[in-house]
Design a protein around this ligand. Structure first.
Ligand SMILES: Nc1ncnc2c1ncn2[C@@H]1O[C@H](COP(=O)(O)OP(=O)(O)OP(=O)(O)O)[C@@H](O)[C@H]1O
Ligand SMILES: [Mg+2]
Length: 464
């Protein structure tokens, strides 16, 4: 029925045209009335059918989907429209009919050919069958076709569309997916590796921090020793002066006595001086003894890290005594308030270190040269916790750095003796050793406030 190309006409086309012309000639060639009428309308009908067929043929020839027909006996191409020929790289339908491989050899994968045959034999048709086929130049194209078997006519007819884009897209997608998987696997490996490195770094940092805390503690102890020396100097010095004055007067008295000229009045003067001197010596030796006692306790606490029962306020008092030299140099006033009887079972050494760090910070950061600061420490307690409320009236901690001051190595005095460890050590001691919390606030009236707590009984079975 169809032809390979618009230019050519098949045999039946020629004969139907000739038949119409013949009918018309007969109708016009003097046939009797009724016959002429029949012949005329047959010729018109034939022409109309032919026009209709031509239109259909043109539609199929020019359809935007490949249409083909192959022989059931040898698989040869019997018909191909333009799209079908172009799809497989043929110049024209005629080219494809003349040169296209028999359908059995058109498949790239014989398994696809067999599957197609199996289905079409079973169902009489295939719908949307995907296959890879050879083009004229031997390249491969992915197509999707649907076809129906017409055994009574000995052919198979169907449509074919280009599926290459979809296959390419699918392959690209698959490749992208594989690439992505590869990437995510290598990312996972990198993350695991990085995590391992980071935990190693954290471990090293923790160790460094521990060593720094140790070093800081030693430095504080060094300061304490200097404080002891300075504080004891005064009473010992007074004692020595009084004792040497007494010794001098005693020698004089002895000489007078040996010379036999000792008068009662001279003896009385000596006794008065001796009493005064011994009172002074005694008082100052006591004072020195007390100082040694309190220093000893603070020093032992600071180095031993033992927990024990102690009264919070008196303990802080003795700590302030040991820090007096530094405080006096700066001429700041320190006030300590609270109940003398408030007792805790905790680590006094850690507490001493925290308060020392806060005090040192006030001295270093809060005041300008020559300022006379006021530092206030309040102690109070509830059932579980004791609270130390530490305040200075210096320049305060600016809002923009407040969130960072407890971080290790954060300092605003880098290059001027600040290492940025004081508050981070205080934070760790409060939260880990003392069992409390610490925060920094900006009080209404200015200055800095550090409020921290410590457990009243750090562990239940502590030896007190
Ligand atoms: N009382 C305070 N008044 C004002 N600023 C303070 C006060 N206390 C701490 N700061 C600020 O917090 C920062 C961190 O304090 P931190 O004690 O951790 O380190 P540092 O004192 O600078 O160094 P280090 O204590 O190691 O000698 C300080 O550099 C300072 O800017
Ligand atoms: Mg500090």
């Amino acid at each position: 029925m169809f032809v390979g190309d618009d230019g050519e006409r098949g045999e039946d086309d020629v004969s139907s045209r000739a038949l119409a012309e013949e009918l018309r000639a007969l109708a016009e060639g003097g046939a009797p009335g009724r016959e002429r009428e029949v012949l005329g309308s047959a010729a018109a009908r034939l022409e109309a059918l032919r026009d209709e067929r031509d239109r259909l043929r043109a539609t199929i020839d020019r359809a935007l989907i490949g249409i083909f027909r192959t022989s059931l006996t040898d698989g040869r191409i019997l018909y191909s429209n333009h799209r079908n020929a172009a799809l497989l790289g043929y110049e024209s339908p005629a080219d494809s009919i003349a040169n296209m491989r028999a359908s059995a050899n058109a498949y790239v994968d014989p398994a696809q050919r067999d599957e197609m045959r199996r289905r079409i034999t079973r169902d009489g048709y295939v719908d949307q069958f995907r296959a890879a086929v050879y083009c004229k130049d031997g390249s491969v194209k992915h197509v999707v076709f649907s076809a129906r078997l017409y055994p009574e006519h000995g052919f198979l007819e169907g449509t074919m569309a280009d599926d290459t884009d979809r296959v390419t897209r699918e392959r690209e997608l698959e490749a992208a997916r594989a690439e992505l998987e590869r990437h995510s696997r290598s990312l996972e490996r990198a993350v695991a590796e990085r995590t391992r490195e980071l935990s190693e770094t954290i471990r090293t940092l923790r160790e460094a921090q521990r060593q720094l805390v140790e070093a800081e503690k030693m430095a504080a102890l060094g300061g304490l020793v200097a404080g002891v020396a300075h504080e004891i100097n005064t009473p010992v010095g007074i004692g020595v002066t009084a004792a040497s004055a007494l010794a001098e007067r005693t020698r004089e008295l002895l000489a007078t006595y040996r010379g036999g000229g000792l008068k009662r009045s001279a003896l009385e003067r000596y006794l008065a001086v001796a009493e005064e001197a011994s009172t002074i010596i005694l008082a100052n030796l006591r004072r020195a003894g007390e100082l040694v006692e309190s220093f000893k306790q603070v020093a032992v606490d600071q180095s031993a890290e033992k927990q024990r029962r102690f009264n919070l306020k008196p303990y802080l008092e003795s700590l302030l005594v040991s820090l007096r030299p530094q405080l006096r140099r700066a001429q700041h006033r320190v006030e300590l308030h609270g109940d003398d009887e408030l007792a805790v079972v905790n680590y006094p050494g850690a507490l001493a270190q925290v308060v020392t760090n806060l005090l040192m910070n006030s001295l270093q950061h809060a005041y300008g040269e020559g300022d006379r600061g006021q530092i206030t420490i309040d102690c109070r307690a509830d059932d579980e916790l004791a609270w130390v409320d530490y305040r200075d009236d210096g320049r305060g901690v600016p809002n923009e750095i407040a969130p960072k001051i407890f971080e290790p190595f954060f300092t605003t005095r880098r290059g001027h003796g600040g290492s940025g460890l004081g508050l981070s050590i205080a934070y760790n001691l409060v939260t880990q050793q003392l069992g409390g919390t610490i925060r920094c606030e900006r009080p209404e009236g200015g200055g800095a406030r550090f409020l921290f707590s410590l457990a009243r009984r750090r562990v239940a079975d502590a030896t007190c």
